[in-house]
Design a protein around this ligand. Structure first.
Ligand code: B4P
Length: 183
């Protein structure tokens, strides 16, 4: 299973990916988690990423693409992966396609979790991570609209996009995602 969980910040990508990992035995690859780990470890990559993350901006494409390239090289991705938070720009999506074409393992499906902006702000304020303050959340939503939304058209044109209602009960959302997975 090679899928992308796509959606605005706080749409539930991370939450739903964890539930899929338990049953499908493929790794969840979250660029947000990988970047936060790099920041916590004080690596050079982490230092490059921190200011963008604090401001709710995207980390530079070349940094994130390099990180994903290394991660997809690891043996646990042989049976598939769930990408969570990547790609987030057209350059990232094109780089991903190139990487996976070389491996002969293209993305099969892109699940778009659709959630209202006001619900997103409430969820993230409740979570209260370092980048979950109202100003940064609004900026992350703007960044999503401007830089990430174009991917909807990109994947629709590839015939891979499935929109899923991401509002309401987490188990009900999980069931809708499973119904949209490749068979
Ligand atoms: P992420 O870590 O991806 O943060 P996120 O977009 O907020 O998503 P997250 O996975 O944490 O939240 P989720 O939707 O699961 O990115 C953080 C930053 O890293 C970015 O701003 C950027 O700077 C950088 N970054 C990451 N990837 C990048 C990339 N590819 N390129 C460049 N920069 C990148 O859900 C959030 C909350 O909602 C949780 O608290 C959860 O409990 C709650 N929730 C989920 N489902 C719910 C439901 N049904 N009902 C109620 N609450 C729910």
């Amino acid at each position: 299973m090679r899928i992308v969980l796509f959606g605005a910040p706080g749409s539930g990508k991370g939450t739903q990916a964890e539930k899929l990992v338990e049953d499908f035995g493929v790794p969840q690859i979250s660029t947000g988690d990988l970047l936060r780990a790099a920041v916590a470890d004080g690596t050079e990559l982490g230092r490059k990423a921190k200011s963008a993350m604090d401001a709710g901006e995207l980390v530079a494409d070349e940094v994130v693409i390099g990180m994903i390239r290394d991660r997809l090289d690891e043996p646990d991705t042989a049976n598939g992966f769930i990408l969570d938070g990547f790609p987030r720009s057209l350059a990232q999506a094109e780089a991903l396609d190139t990487m996976l074409e070389k491996l002969g393992r293209p993305v099969q499906r892109v699940i778009h979790l659709e959630v209202d902006n006001e619900e997103i702000v409430q969820r993230l304020l409740e979570r209260g991570r370092a980048d979950d303050n109202e100003d940064t959340i609004r900026n992350r939503l703007d960044v999503f609209d401007n830089q990430t939304q174009p991917l909807i058209e990109y994947y629709r044109n590839q015939g891979k996009l499935e929109a899923v209602d991401g509002m309401g009960d987490m188990d009900a959302i999980q069931a809708r995602i499973r119904a949209a997975l490749p068979s």
